[in-house]
Design a protein around this ligand. Structure first.
Ligand code: NAD
Length: 347
């Protein structure tokens, strides 16, 4: 099987904790170059993960002929440029979520992939979750019927990230919705069958991030530069009349430290995902299904393997740049609607 040679841009949290360890367990993947504007980070990653070449400027890394693909693990404001430049340099790309800061940038990635014929995959790791895939099999078999309403939330009680640039609007594009809402938004869109969103009504507020009297369970963030929402929600209507209600928070006064849930209502069955339960009426009685013995998986390893295998076999990546663009359009809509105070259309 062809070995796919990869260069990683960004040697921060997600690269070190997830992508680089995962590639070690993908037999036909070889990370040969690592780039970070902070040289020490690139050098440390190269030592810790046996990566031969280090760079501080990704443009230099893209000159390496032997590289087949680039994995973009930088903050959101630095997703679009390396992705577009990499495809122009003849490399396929895997881009961490969200695909970019906004729909305009995501569209550029989609267009460049079309122009260059290179593959661009959006790294929505939750699509590889074990329970999610069991639920998807039930949905594909028609067990939920027509899914007409979905709720998706990713709520933290006191989880404003204390590292990186997650509180800075100009570097991230937004806060809780862009950073963690994207995970459950994409996953729910996928479970519902990737329908076309047509309108959205949203709220986006900062109630905690600008205050010094708020606990930081994920470290202390910079209160002075905090310029994103710590809570956002959207009511998203699809072409077929179905609706998805999304909620995301970095901080909120809720019972638990984390509340993650996806709930689906279909005319043949309903489901909650975490943990997975399916609710139906069968043979004149109501039944609750609680699937057992779902084998645990390593999501990042499956994600890296899916990307690498698509490149090696010249088959389509499972999660496309268009999937990332769809999410960017909805999120732009949430922010625009919140600003205008009314429902807006999604193109
Ligand atoms: N899939 C997930 O569950 C998950 C989890 C965390 C983060 N992420 C995503 O990963 C991305 C990075 O997040 P993180 O937590 O690793 O952030 P981080 O701040 O820990 O790391 C980012 C790294 O990129 C480097 N960098 C910045 N500009 C660069 C450039 N031009 N060239 C090379 N390196 C550059 C920084 O120096 C830093 O080391 C974000 O887009 C985030 O949304 C995804």
């Amino acid at each position: 099987m062809k070995t796919v040679k990869i260069g990683v841009v960004g040697a921060g949290g997600i690269a070190r904790n997830a992508h680089l360890p995962a590639y070690k367990n993908v037999p036909n993947a070889e990370v040969v170059a690592i780039c970070d504007i902070i040289e020490e980070r690139a050098i440390n990653a190269s030592k810790d993960f046996d990566i031969p070449y280090t760079f501080t400027d990704y443009h230099e890394m893209l000159k390496m002929d032997e590289l087949d693909a680039i994995d973009v693990c930088t903050p959101n404001y630095m997703h679009m440029l390396p992705a577009v430049d990499a495809m122009h340099a003849g490399k396929h790309v895997l881009v961490e979520k969200p695909l970019s800061m906004n729909a305009e940038e995501s569209q550029k990635i989609v267009d460049t992939a079309r122009e260059t014929g290179k593959q661009a995959m959006t790294a929505f790791v939750m699509r590889f979750g074990a329970d999610a895939n069991v639920l998807k099999r039930y949905i594909d078999a028609g067990k939920l019927g027509d899914i007409y309403y979905a709720r998706a939330n990713y709520l933290r009680r006191r989880g404003i990230p204390g590292w990186g640039v997650f509180g800075e609007k100009d570097k991230q594009g937004g806060g809780a919705v862009v950073d963690i809402g994207v995970h459950v938004l994409d996953l729910t869109l996928w479970l519902m069958g990737l329908k076309k969103p047509v309108t959205v009504s949203g709220i986006s507020v900062a109630k905690f991030g600008n205050r010094r009297d708020v606990l930081g369970l994920m470290g202390q963030w910079n209160v002075d530069t905090f310029s994103v929402e710590d809570f956002g929600a959207g009511f998203i209507r699809f072409e077929d009349g179905s609706v998805l209600m999304l909620e995301a928070s970095f901080a909120a006064n809720i019972k638990d430290e984390h509340q993650n849930q996806i709930s689906l209502l279909g005319d043949q069955g309903g489901a909650d995902l975490y943990p997975l339960s399916i609710y139906r009426e069968e043979h004149g009685v109501l039944v609750n299904l609680e699937p057992k013995h779902i084998q645990p998986v390593k999501g990042f390893e499956l994600e890296m393997a899916a990307f690498v295998n698509a490149i090696a076999n010249d088959t389509p990546v499972p999660i496309t740049a268009e999937d990332g663009l769809r999410v960017s359009k909805i999120i732009d809509g949430i922010y625009k609607s919140a600003e205008l105070g009314r429902e807006v259309e999604i193109s």
